[in-house]
Design a binder for this molecule. Structure first.
Ligand SMILES: *Cc1c(COP(=O)(O)O)cnc(C)c1O
Length: 310
């Protein structure tokens, strides 16, 4: 069963039962939630379809990494538009992707910023006829459908209906899927890892709509967990990662899951959860991306002044 219980005096004293759904252990290369986001595509490939796939991402994108692997596994062409410039040192993520046959095209900052504009996407499609387009992070209707199936992993576990299920949010496809598939009495909490403001909620609603799913309600976002922005790593977060990993032997990535646990634990400390609540955290993976931040984690750790409650 892919659930790890988190047994510690922290949760016990605060009257909460906590566990982690280990999507990070789903597949050695296709990171965590990205396996579920790509699941409808993987099924089409297994059925013999051979689309050419084009997408977007940063130089440590877990989505591009997963897509490149799927492309090479099924022998389909993949292409990525990456924020950056051709002369820069290639990250380990991009080296993997290239090794798996993904074509890399760099876009400068201003051009990349237009990645979600309808006109821009349309002109890109015209320039690349015959290529199927996946948005940044892979968040489309298929991703919502695939992520709603995450619940099936829990069907035979005693965690099939937690009081609260908590998950990090980037582009929102994963959370939309978890909302679409949730049991009626389970509440969902999303923790955006970027400073998205009200846009985070509207993205989730839009994705539910695109996937033709009703919004069942019973979900909310914690907008206080982003630590100042995407991939920001204050020394307190580095310390949190270190303490958490020592305590539970569950590895975290600094961009998504560390912020998730930190934000939810703060809510627990501030009494936002009823005593006796059962909280299930979704470990969405992302550990390949951690390769790019280890030196920063170490540096931030040495700057930490402590103490902080876990
Ligand atoms: C991509 C990713 C997310 C965010 O998923 P969205 O569907 O974009 O919200 C969360 N955690 C990890 C580890 C990821 O790689």
């Amino acid at each position: 069963m892919p659930v790890t219980e988190l047994d510690s005096s922290f949760y016990r004293l605060l009257g909460v039962r906590a566990a982690v759904l280990r999507l990070d252990e789903t597949h050695p290369q296709i990171s965590g939630n990205k396996w579920f986001k790509l699941l409808p595509l993987i099924r089409r490939l297994e059925a013999g379809e051979r689309p050419k796939l084009l997408s977007f991402g940063g130089v440590w994108s877990n989505h591009l990494h997963a897509l490149a692997f799927v492309g090479q596994r099924f022998g389909v062409e993949t292409m990525a538009f990456v924020r950056g410039h051709p002369g820069q040192v290639e990250t380990a993520m991009l080296q993997d992707a290239r090794r798996w046959g993904m074509k890399i095209r760099y876009l400068d900052r201003e051009t990349y910023a237009r990645r979600n504009e309808a006109g821009f996407v349309e002109s890109l499609r015209c320039d690349h006829p015959g290529w199927e387009y996946l948005p940044e992070g892979g968040s489309n209707a298929d991703a919502v459908a695939g992520c709603s199936e995450i619940w099936s992993l829990l069907s035979t576990s005693d965690w099939s209906q937690p009081d609260l299920l908590a998950c990090a949010l980037g582009t929102g496809g994963t959370l939309a899927g978890l909302i679409a598939g949730k049991p009626a009495d389970t509440r969902i909490l999303g923790v955006p890892v970027l400073e998205l403001g009200a846009q985070a909620e509207s993205s989730v609603r839009r994705l539910l709509g695109e996937a033709g799913r009703d919004d069942p309600g019973g979900w909310e976002l914690d907008l206080g967990g982003a630590c100042g922005g995407y991939a920001r790593l204050p020394s307190s977060l580095a310390h949190f990662i270190c303490t958490f990993e020592q305590r539970y032997s569950v590895p975290l990535d600094p961009v998504y899951t560390a912020k998730l646990f930190q934000a939810v634990n703060r809510r627990i400390i501030s009494g936002k959860l009823a005593p006796g609540s059962r909280v299930l955290f979704v470990h969405t993976g992302g550990l390949q991306g951690r390769r790019g931040m280890q030196a920063r984690i170490d540096r931030a750790l040495s700057a930490f002044q402590g103490p902080q409650p876990l």
